[in-house]
Design a protein around this ligand. Structure first.
Ligand code: ADP
Ligand code: MG
Length: 232
């Protein structure tokens, strides 16, 4: 990762949920290089989703900061714009809109920008082709298998050509064969498009797909022996 510029970094990033006074993330300092495929691993409740939501500007830290290419999220003119242009999200439950076809779901992020209908449709077709779902373009989500739904969700996440793909347990609802398809797709995006991918998982086999793994324990980055950062 040394020769690649840092795209995303955090400095002593912390999140306390007032509700229940939970310290979900404690002074996590990480760096992600442009084009890197990073897995964030840890048991349930270790703070993985909390970290991913902060990286995705879906949540605000209670301490520390997140930087995109050295710029503090807090200094960006619009986090909504930043999120829409630079980030793609894939979640465990796919969040497809039930009344829209696969092709229409993929186009959702494009409605934010000034794309014409024909350009939107062409982009959706290109992405459905990429994820191997073009033959189901006109299907509604409930006419698709769960693995197919996740592939459509990945296509949607890529619609705006994001710099970074953030995935939270993207294979958590999939059987192992279907999961492998989705992970193959991530491998392809990483190799062929140099996509920066941050993949949250509690599974060793899933994390093994990434170039590098960071471990969380009780909200702290864990290096195998000690938690990094000061202890209380
Ligand atoms: P993981 O994704 O690794 O399972 P989370 O980041 O979801 O872990 O949660 C970390 C800790 O924060 C857990 O103890 C969880 O119960 C708590 N937590 C998560 N979200 C909230 C919330 N909105 N309010 C209060 N506590 C929360
Ligand atoms: Mg989680």
């Amino acid at each position: 990762m040394s020769d690649r510029p840092v795209i995303l970094s955090t400095d002593r990033l912390s999140r306390v949920y007032a509700d229940g006074n939970v310290q979900a993330l404690h002074e996590a300092t990480i760096e992600v290089a442009r084009g890197e495929y990073l897995a964030v691993m840890g048991p349930s409740g270790s703070g993985k989703s909390t970290l991913l939501n902060l990286l995705g500007a879906l949540d605000t830290p209670t301490g520390g900061a997140v930087y995109f290419e050295g710029r503090n999220y807090g200094d960006l003119p619009s986090l909504d714009r930043f999120r829409a242009h630079e980030l793609g999200f894939v979640f465990q439950s796919f969040h497809l809109l039930p009344t829209l076809t696969a092709a229409e779901n993929v186009q959702i992020p494009l409605f934010e920008s000034s794309h014409r209908a024909a350009a939107r449709a062409a982009r959706a077709a290109e992405l459905l082709e990429l994820v191997g779902m073009i033959h189901r373009a006109g299907h509604l989500p409930n006419q698709l298998s769960v693995g197919e739904r996740q592939r459509v969700a990945v296509a949607r996440a890529l619609a705006n050509r994001p710099a970074i793909l953030l995935a939270d347990e993207p294979t958590g609802n999939l059987d192992s064969r279907t999961a492998a398809h989705v992970l193959d797709l991530f491998d392809h995006l990483h190799r062929a498009q140099s996509m920066t991918i941050i993949l949250v998982t509690h599974g060793d086999d899933v994390a093994a797909r990434a170039e590098r793994v960071i471990h969380l324990r009780d909200g702290r980055v864990w290096n195998g022996q000690t938690c990094e950062g000061p202890r209380e």
